[in-house]
Design a protein around this ligand. Structure first.
Ligand SMILES: NC(=O)c1ccc[n+]([C@@H]2O[C@H](COP(=O)([O-])OP(=O)(O)OC[C@H]3O[C@@H](n4cnc5c(N)ncnc54)[C@H](OP(=O)(O)O)[C@@H]3O)[C@@H](O)[C@H]2O)c1
Length: 309
């Protein structure tokens, strides 16, 4: 029988189990995907620990995960455009991606270009879609200066490259171990920690035009204090500060479509975007994967590899 990640109560990483499940059957407008790669995201930790139980409760036993890339192995009766054997990038809204087989609505998929690795393809939905949405939420012109907080994480590593591609000067806030990578994508490293506001002012004494917070923990307040207009600040995590200071927010699931995934895949194919893969784990090591992600020092994405990889 195929395997899938399950948890049957809120709690620490050891509530996660990899169990045998029935092979799912696609509905009329769905396809069945044999999963090759599914990346993991910090939001799933909050869900599993129960921190989002009021706004997004789990139904137990719960599966986990949204991002996926794999091969189509069955096609529902009413599905046109997809065939058995197609290699796809997509997502599920059912907290079900961390499995060997997942049913997916046919309109939540885009083809995987052959030059996009399984690991990168399986990393695109949450982090890529959210980065794309942040860039859309606060448009910025070529030649302007942006700061990206958490610039080397899952979301930030993609957003930083999207902005650099537009000719933006990007001050990329991360730790010193990431300096080389930050420079390699055309951004300028600025280290997090004590006196960050001073370092940002020194790096851009003429002022920062826009700020993109992909980390949380006070950065919205910091940049508004530095004089960045609130409508040019976006956060994906510090929602209280956004309300307090009038900054924008983005929820990846509200702004990501199959077209957005196709756009990101095309950028990878053309060499304009690279998703750094911090680590891969077999599905069976899902606990180890989340333990590493929870340290919040990964560069890019942590990815689970399943049967089709
Ligand atoms: N609203 C949404 O739809 C949405 C979607 C996706 C994610 N999120 C949220 O956005 C946040 C980022 O997610 P992610 O997957 O991109 O995170 P992540 O991959 O866990 O971020 C890790 C990165 O953060 C950097 N970092 C560590 N401490 C930092 C600090 N004090 N200041 C700035 N950067 C620091 C690390 O660099 P160093 O190792 O160099 O320190 C590392 O590269 C999470 O809170 C997540 O829940 C929200």
């Amino acid at each position: 029988m195929p395997h899938a990640v399950r948890f049957d109560r809120y709690g620490p990483v050891d509530v996660l189990e990899v169990v045998e499940v029935a092979r799912p059957t696609p509905g009329p407008d769905q396809v069945l995907v044999e999963v090759a790669a599914t990346s993991i995201n910090p939001g799933e930790i909050m869900i599993r620990e129960g921190a989002m139980a009021e706004v997004a409760p789990s139904t137990f036993p719960s599966g986990q995960g949204s991002d996926l890339a794999g091969r189509v192995v069955e096609v529902g009766d009413q599905v046109g455009g997809w065939n058995i054997g197609d290699e796809v990038i997509g997502w599920t809204d059912e907290r079900a991606a961390q499995a060997e087989f997942v049913t997916v609505p046919a309109d939540q998929l885009t083809p995987r270009p052959p030059s996009v690795s399984w690991e990168q393809a399986g990393s695109l939905y949450v982090a890529g879609g959210t980065a794309h949405g942040m860039a859309d939420a606060v448009p910025i012109d070529s030649g302007e200066t942006a700061v990206v907080f958490g610039a080397t994480g899952g979301v930030g590593s993609i957003l930083t490259q999207l902005l650099v591609n537009e000719g933006v000067r990007v001050l990329a806030v991360a730790g010193p171990a990431n300096d080389k990578w930050v420079r390699s994508v055309g951004a300028e490293p600025v280290h997090h920690g004590h006196a960050l506001g001073h370092r940002l002012h020194e790096a851009a004494p003429e002022g920062i035009d826009a700020a993109y917070d992909a980390f949380g923990g006070g950065y919205v307040e910091l940049v508004t204090g530095l004089g960045v207009a609130a409508d040019r600040v976006v956060t994906i995590i510090d929602f209280n500060a956004a309300e307090r200071f009038g900054a924008k927010t983005v929820f990846g699931y509200q702004v990501t479509s199959a077209d957005v995934l196709a756009d990101l895949a095309r950028l990878i194919e053309s060499g304009e975007l690279t998703i750094p893969i911090a680590a891969t784990f077999p599905l069976a090591q899902v606990r180890e994967a989340y333990t590493q992600l929870a340290e919040r020092h990964t560069r890019g994405k942590v990815v689970l590899l399943a049967s089709a990889s």
